[in-house]
Design a protein around this ligand. Structure first.
Ligand code: PAF
Length: 279
């Protein structure tokens, strides 16, 4: 595996490749990331991964400085997955001058749910993703459904800018007890780790209630928030949305069986976890 930090070198290395499959990451790789690499392999060749902890998507009080950085362990894992190039730029490589041009997602998608609680987050994500796509020029790029809203925003950005990259969605990789794998799980104490699967159980309970025909969605959302709060979580939201645009479903949507998803974000101790489940 070639480890490349400069954009020019990356372009030289990938020149002429027409089927590059790309997996962008922020490192601290776990089985979830590796499942994205395996999916990438089914859709293209060579596989390019990136590791870049993108300052632009962290708020002033978020965990940019303490975000887990495990570069050598990540390299070993990617070698084993047969990744051809790891693009690991420094901040100076990717942002040699202040990144003043930004991509701003539409408010109705970028400022809801995660965007409401993490202002500027999605503009940081779309800006770096556009830049990474411009560097790698892949034919496909893989994003996990764990970050459901991010996946939708990146997909819509590529479509609206007519980028020649197809976005592939990967299913969420879960531990046996249901907890979605996330780099931030390393922050959990052993007691919190034991509690953490309750988030996915809560999503399942909401999903089952909707499937059983409960149509008072705000009540279901409120009850789920209360259940989490009673167990010591600090939930930001539990929200049932339409899969197509993440807007709240109308009564007609429920009658017509419009595909839905329930999304949540909640803090357990100092760790903010997100998860979702298609209903
Ligand atoms: O999902 C992530 O790890 C990041 O948001 C991404 C897509 C690598 C952009 O920094």
């Amino acid at each position: 595996m070639k480890i490349i930090s400069s954009i020019d070198e990356l372009r030289d290395q990938l020149r002429g490749q027409l089927r590059t499959a790309f997996v962008p990451t922020m490192g601290n790789l776990h089985e979830g990331h590796l499942s994205l690499m395996r999916l990438a392999r089914r859709h293209g060749d060579p596989i390019v991964a990136s590791i870049f902890v993108n300052r632009l998507q962290f708020g002033p009080n978020e965990d940019f400085d303490k975000y887990p950085r495990t570069f050598q362990a990540d390299v070993d894992k990617l070698e084993k997955e047969g990744v051809y190039v790891l693009f690991a730029p420094t901040e100076k490589d990717l942002y040699p001058e202040p990144q003043e041009f930004r991509v701003r997602p539409p408010d109705d998608l970028g400022d809801i749910l995660e965007g409401e609680f993490r202002p500027g987050f999605f503009a940081g994500v779309t800006t770096v993703v556009l830049k990474l796509l411009s560097c790698v020029q892949p034919s496909v790029a893989v994003f996990g459904k764990k970050d459901y809203q991010q996946l939708m925003i990146v997909h819509n950005m590529c479509k609206q800018f007519a980028l020649p990259t197809k976005i592939i969605a990967a299913e969420t990789y879960r531990a046996e007890d249901g907890l979605a794998l996330s780099s931030r799980n390393v922050y959990l104490s052993s007691q919190e780790r034991a509690e953490a699967p309750v988030l996915f159980q809560t999503l399942n309970a909401v999903s089952n209630a909707v499937r059983d025909g409960h149509s008072l969605l705000p009540d279901l959302e409120r009850n789920a928030m209360r259940t989490l709060a009673d167990r010591g979580w600090q939930p930001d939201y539990v929200s049932i949305r339409k899969r197509v645009n993440l807007l709240p479903p109308s009564a007609d949507d429920l009658v017509q069986g419009t595909p839905l998803v329930v999304l949540t974000a909640a803090k357990l101790g100092g760790t903010r976890l997100i998860d979702n489940l298609e209903i």
